[in-house]
Design a protein around this ligand. Structure first.
Ligand code: GLV
Ligand code: GLV
Length: 314
C-alpha cells in the first residue's frame, strides 16, 4: 500500500482508509500516548486525530512525510495551522455536519439551566417531592425574554433559530461586526451583557481572548441571567463564574465545555445547584457522529489523493 496513516482512536474502523493505506490505529481506545503518536507519525503520510491530540511543531518536525491532518471535530485549536501551512500539509475538519445538532444542544442546555431541570429531576428522585409551594423550583422562561448570542456564527444562528420558537421578546447578538442580512439585532457587548436574560456563547474560541467572560462581565449582567457556554471552556474564567453563581451575581449557568476536560468531580462548580455541566456532548448524536466520521475519512483520503477537502486552510 502506498500510504501510511495513523488513527489516534480505536473506533470506528475507518475501513475506506484501510483499503488504501497501511494503518496504525490506537489499539486500546482512550488517548493515544504521546510517545506512540510521535513514533508512529515518523513515517506517516496522514493522521486522523481528535481534539485531545496535540498536532504541534514537535510532531510536525518529526513527521517529514506528513501530507494531511484530518480531525474528527469542527475545532482545530489542537493543530498548529501556521506550521502546517508552511509545510504544505492539508488540514481537514468537520464543520456544517454538526451545526444543527450542536445548536439543538445549545438550546436544550439553555432551557435545562433556565428551568432547573437537573435540580428538579434530582429532587423528585431523591425524596424531595413532598411539598408544593407557589415558587417551588421556579425558573425562568424564554417567552417574552431577551436572548443574547455572543458570536453569531453557524452554530449561534442555529441556536437563535431554535430559541425563536420559544417566542422571546428579542434576540440580540454581538460579533466583531454586524452580520449582513441577519434577522437578529446587533448590539455592543455592554448592551448584550445588560439586556440578555439568556446569554449564550457560541463564539469561535480562536477569535477572543482567554477567560474573556470574567467577574467584570458577570457583574454587568442581570442577577437572574442564565449564562450558557457551548464554545470552549477557555473563554470563561471559571473561578469568577463560580463566584458569580454562588453570590447571585448571575442566576444560573449551563456549560458543555470546561477547563480542563474532563472536569474533575471535586471542581467547585459541581457543588452548585444552579450550574449544569455536560461532558462536551454538543455534537453527540449517532447521525451526526456518523456524518463527522465520514467527512473526516473523506478529508483524509481526498487530501492524500489531491482532491478537494473541507478545512480551515483550503
Ligand atoms: C467539538 O467541540 C468540535 O470541535 O467538534
Ligand atoms: C463555529 O465553528 C461555527 O460553526 O459557528
Amino acid at each position: 500500500k502506498q500510504f501510511k496513516v495513523v488513527i489516534t482512536e480505536k473506533e470506528p474502523p475507518y475501513n475506506k482508509i484501510k483499503e488504501i493505506a497501511e494503518v496504525y490505529q490506537n489499539p486500546n481506545g482512550g488517548s493515544l500516548a504521546r510517545d506512540i503518536l510521535l513514533e508512529q507519525s515518523k513515517d506517516a503520510d496522514a493522521i486522523l486525530c481528535l481534539l485531545r491530540d496535540k498536532i504541534d511543531k514537535e510532531l510536525l518536525d518529526n513527521a517529514p512525510k506528513l501530507k494531511v491532518v484530518s480531525t474528527l471535530s469542527v475545532g482545530y485549536e489542537h493543530i498548529d495551522l501556521d506550521e502546517c501551512r508552511k509545510r504544505g500539509i492539508r488540514v481537514g475538519n468537520t464543520p456544517d455536519v454538526l451545526t444543527a445538532t450542536t445548536a439543538e444542544l445549545g438550546a436544550t442546555l439553555t432551557l435545562t439551566a433556565a428551568r432547573r431541570i437537573v435540580e428538579a429531576a434530582d429532587t423528585a428522585r431523591n425524596g424531595g417531592w413532598n411539598i408544593w409551594t407557589p415558587y417551588w423550583l421556579c425558573g425562568r422562561g424564554i417567552n417574552g425574554a431577551t436572548v443574547g448570542i455572543y458570536g453569531l456564527g453557524r452554530i449561534g444562528e442555529g441556536v437563535a433559530k431554535r430559541l425563536k420558537g420559544f417566542e422571546p421578546k428579542r434576540i440580540i447578538y454581538t460579533n466583531r461586526k454586524p452580520k449582513e442580512n441577519s434577522e437578529y439585532e446587533f448590539v455592543q457587548l455592554d448592551e448584550l451583557l445588560k439586556q440578555s436574560d439568556f446569554l449564550i456563547v457560541t463564539v469561535n474560541a480562536a477569535t477572543i481572548e482567554q477567560q474573556f467572560f470574567n467577574l467584570e462581565k458577570f457583574k454587568k449582567m442581570k442577577p437572574t441571567a442564565v449564562f450558557v457556554n457551548i464554545s470552549r471552556g477557555c473563554v470563561v474564567n471559571q473561578d469568577d463564574l463560580y463566584t458569580a453563581l454562588k453570590e447571585g451575581i448571575i442566576g444560573a449557568a449551563g456549560l458543555d465545555v470546561t477547563v480542563p476536560e474532563p472536569l474533575p468531580t471535586d471542581n467547585p462548580l459541581f457543588s452548585l445547584k444552579n450550574c449544569v455541566i455536560l461532558p462536551h456532548i454538543g455534537s453527540a448524536t449517532m447521525e451526526t457522529r456518523d456524518a463527522m466520521v465520514n467527512l473526516s475519512e473523506d478529508n483524509l483520503i481526498n487530501g492524500l489523493t489531491g482532491k478537494p477537502i473541507i478545512g480551515p486552510l483550503e
